[in-house]
Design a protein around this ligand. Structure first.
Ligand SMILES: *Cc1c(COP(=O)(O)O)cnc(C)c1O
Length: 393
């Protein structure tokens, strides 16, 4: 089998380049403390479980309640016979929470981003995208016939140039697209400046708020609320802070959402979200909206980890997001350090080229409201111990 041999060679090549991604089975629910082998518990600092809701008893109860009242799944796309009262309630709830007119659910934010551009932007239109935007945005843009303009990450002069170029092509509709938070660095998009530029060039603004919805900005309404601006389109996930299960959405003005229901392919041709997930998401938004205490704990943990690690001599990327990258430089160092920390009971992951630039390898830590102060201190102590042993600090 020539084809399988070729594929095997490709896999060997991935391993030879140290780019192989192994998966570690977890035996317990997702949380700050997880079981990774029978009787072996570690502290988890690499989940997107920002509010600590992934194993929340109220969410699990809400999922069970919806399971009993509406069953496991719909066996249908939404427009044939896959819409329950719960689906519409959740879409209204998301829209109210994010202060938009309406919203529409997808199986994942990957699908929301994959399906949002093609119905709205054709060959007369232009999409202006940040160079570090999420893979699903890049794929979604590829699926539309619009002309594409890319600006260097966070570079407002370049954004202005690209918008100017887009205008000069005589584009009918223009949209600027950005992640609200760039997840490798934990940096926020410069939304006030981006909004002002978009307005000047009469362009729409779309924000992917996956690493913000539920915990950034007042009441966790996201990066636009934090910046005091409005986006025209927000895409986000139910798979991170809002309970960590599955599902994504687009929140926008009603005509945009209505067009998605008619034309967006991942919505039209894919099964409806299962009712237990919808039921749990309704509860997750309640808990997020009322979750000032959770956000307070999350950001207290962030500050404690940042200051403890800086005091120990580690090089961190500066910022105000619970994503805290510990900069190490070489890929091997990041991998070896993550392995040693795991032996010490701290679960973190190394990130290296091609996910981040060459020579900028790092361990990306993520704080959660589920971490106790002792958990954060234990992580700082383990980093300090391993860091000294390896000559990093
Ligand atoms: C996680 C993530 C996604 C994908 O969300 P899913 O719901 O898991 O598909 C999309 N965009 C960004 C910026 C993300 O971080």
């Amino acid at each position: 089998m020539k084809i399988l041999d070729d594929i095997s060679a490709e896999l060997e090549d991935i391993k030879a380049q140290s780019l192989w991604k192994a998966e570690r089975p977890i035996l317990s629910p997702q949380s700050s403390h997880i079981e990774v082998a029978p009787g072996r518990e570690v502290l988890n600092f690499c989940a997107n479980n920002y509010l600590g809701l992934a194993d929340n008893p109220e969410l699990i109860a809400a999922a069970k309640e919806a399971l009993d009242s509406h069953g496991l799944g719909m066996a249908s796309v939404r427009f044939i016979c896959g819409t329950t009262d719960l689906h519409r309630m959740l879409e209204r709830r998301i829209a109210d929470y994010l202060e938009t007119e309406d919203s529409i659910l997808y199986a994942a934010c990957f699908d929301a981003n994959g399906g949002v551009f093609e119905p709205l932007f054709g060959d007369k239109d232009a999409i202006v995208s940040d160079s570090l935007n999420h893979a699903s945005i890049i794929d979604g843009i590829r699926l539309s016939k619009a002309s594409r303009f890319r600006y260097a990450n966070g570079d407002m002069d370049d954004l202005e140039r690209q918008l100017d170029d887009a205008r000069r092509t005589g584009a009918r509709r223009i949209i600027v697209v950005t992640d609200g938070v760039f997840s490798m660095d934990g940096y926020f998009a410069k939304l006030r400046e981006i909004r002002a530029l978009a307005d000047r060039f009469e362009a729409l603004l779309m924000i992917d708020d996956c690493h913000a919805t539920g915990f950034i900005g007042p009441k966790g309404r996201g990066t636009a609320a934090r910046a005091g601006i409005k986006a025209d389109i927000v895409t986000s996930t139910l798979g991170k802070a809002l309970g960590g299960s599955a599902g994504g959405f687009i929140a926008a003005a009603k005509p945009i959402v209505d067009l998605m229901r008619q034309r967006s392919r991942p919505y039209l041709f894919s099964n409806a979200l299962p009712p237990p997930i919808v039921g749990a998401a309704l509860k997750a938004i309640d808990l997020a909206e009322q979750g000032d205490d959770l956000r307070e704990r999350l950001f207290a943990n962030m500050k404690r980890f940042r200051s403890g690690m800086a005091r120990a001599g580690f090089k961190l990327l500066p910022g105000e997001h619970p994503i805290i990258p510990v900069m190490l430089g070489e890929a091997k160092l990041a991998q070896d350090m993550a392995a040693k920390l795991f032996e010490q009971g701290i679960y973190v992951t190394g990130f290296f080229y091609p996910v981040v630039p060459q020579g900028k390898a790092r361990i990306r830590t993520q704080m959660s409201a589920a971490h106790a102060t002792q958990d954060v201190d234990a992580a700082i102590a383990a980093f300090t111990h391993v860091g000294r042993e390896m000559g990093v600090i």
